[in-house]
Design a protein around this ligand. Structure first.
Ligand code: SF4
Ligand code: SF4
Length: 357
């Protein structure tokens, strides 16, 4: 269960693949009426989180889980990296109580973009060997599902699309006639599926999955741009007029940061009472906010909106490529959906790469 986080964060393709577990390859057919059985088997050991409505919630039964359609507005990032995380409690006598707890959990219904985002968080938090993320990751089973539709803002075909190939999961479900094609991606996933006495999937089921992926991907309004072109355009594009244009429109509200499945910035603060007791917490931060770069003496190393708007995009399409050899965007389109200024990452990528060849 859970990914074994590698501390190897060099940019070579070989090391990047260390984050993916070996696919054990067993494929079955899970009839729809047996979905509850699968959930029951997982729930014997783990608390379940699944997309219900627009976000992932702790659930008790299969009712209301969104296993059809596209990704939820809010991804499962909070399960691994909560927006408000207690680190430890302390009192005036200097007693400290560590808040780190291991809880077995399962994410049920993560989409390919959700799981791909975890690979990026693995790199960021793995680099720090951060114990809260690491503990959550190692104790969380991942059940992914293939999208049956795309949203107008989706452009995941730029970053690998809907396929589970190469992703790090335990079980992958794809809706097909009569139920789900259920594939195992780890020994744990294989054990769970084998315990349900399911019929094995055949060629026709695997073909149906490929056809579904092709249909959904071809419905996306996006023609992928070569990675090298994006990277070189970013490298040479610091003075491109698009940055001024978006900075003039951007409200610097930080919503795009908060909703992004790969954004991982945080602040650490102490909340105390008058007697000296309190709690040290970690809360999400956002590079679009004015106070993000505010330091002692009222200095702000990114005080201008232009610098912050530009930085977010460079931190998706330039710095991670330099550092880890991949972009830090999954094409989930969530930042497009929440932006009141209608700032569209796809248009920025088009603009910056136009004529750059
Ligand atoms: S959501 Fe839009 S307006 Fe808000 S900070 Fe992000 S780009 Fe700017
Ligand atoms: S930058 Fe936007 S499209 Fe890319 S992963 Fe973040 S929210 Fe999704």
């Amino acid at each position: 269960m859970g990914a074994a986080m590698s501390s190897d964060i060099s940019g070579s393709p070989e090391s990047r693949e260390n984050f993916s577990r070996e696919t054990s390859g067993a494929s079955y057919i899970l009839p729809r009426e047996k979905l509850g059985l699968l959930l029951g088997e997982i729930a014997k050991e783990s608390s379940l989180f699944a997309p219900v409505g627009d976000s992932f919630h702790r659930i008790e039964c299969a009712e209301g889980i969104s296993l059809e359609g596209a990704r939820a507005l809010f991804g499962p990032k909070k399960v691994f990296f909560p927006d408000y995380q207690e680190i430890f409690r302390f009192d005036a006598q200097g007693r400290i109580e560590d808040a780190l707890r291991a809880e077995k959990r399962a994410i049920f219904g993560a989409r390919a973009c959700d799981v791909r985002a975890l690979r990026m968080l693995d790199r960021y938090f793995g680099e720090m060997d951060e114990p809260f993320y690491k503990t959550a990751r190692e104790n969380t089973l991942i059940v992914g599902v293939t999208c049956t539709e795309s949203l107008p803002s989706c452009f995941c075909t730029q970053f690998g699309g809907l396929s589970n190939a190469g992703l790090d999961y335990d079980i992958w479900l794809t809706p097909v006639d009569g139920g789900f094609l259920a594939e195992s991606g780890s020994e744990e996933g294989k054990r769970i599926l084998a315990s349900l006495s399911l019929p094995e999937a055949d060629e026709a089921h695997l073909r149906a999955k490929e056809e579904l992926i092709k249909r959904v991907e071809s419905g996306m309004d996006w023609e992928p741009i070569p990675d090298e072109l994006i990277f070189s355009s970013m490298r040479n594009g610091l003075e491109h007029p698009v940055w001024r244009e978006i900075a003039e429109r951007c409200f610097a509200c930080g919503k795009c940061n908060m909703i992004c499945p790969t954004c991982h910035c945080y602040d650490v603060r102490d909340e105390t009472d008058l007697h000296g007791s309190g709690v040290r917490v970690r809360v999400w931060d956002a590079c679009h906010l004015f106070r993000y770069g505010l330091v002692a003496g009222d200095h702000n190393f990114r005080g201008k909106r232009l610098a912050r708007a530009q930085y977010r995009i460079y931190d998706k399409f330039y710095y991670p490529m330099e550092r880890y050899g991949s972009f830090a965007c999954t094409g989930c389109g969530r930042c497009l959906d929440v932006c009141n200024a209608e700032i569209d990452l796809r248009k920025i990528l088009r603009r910056i790469t136009e004529g750059a060849e």
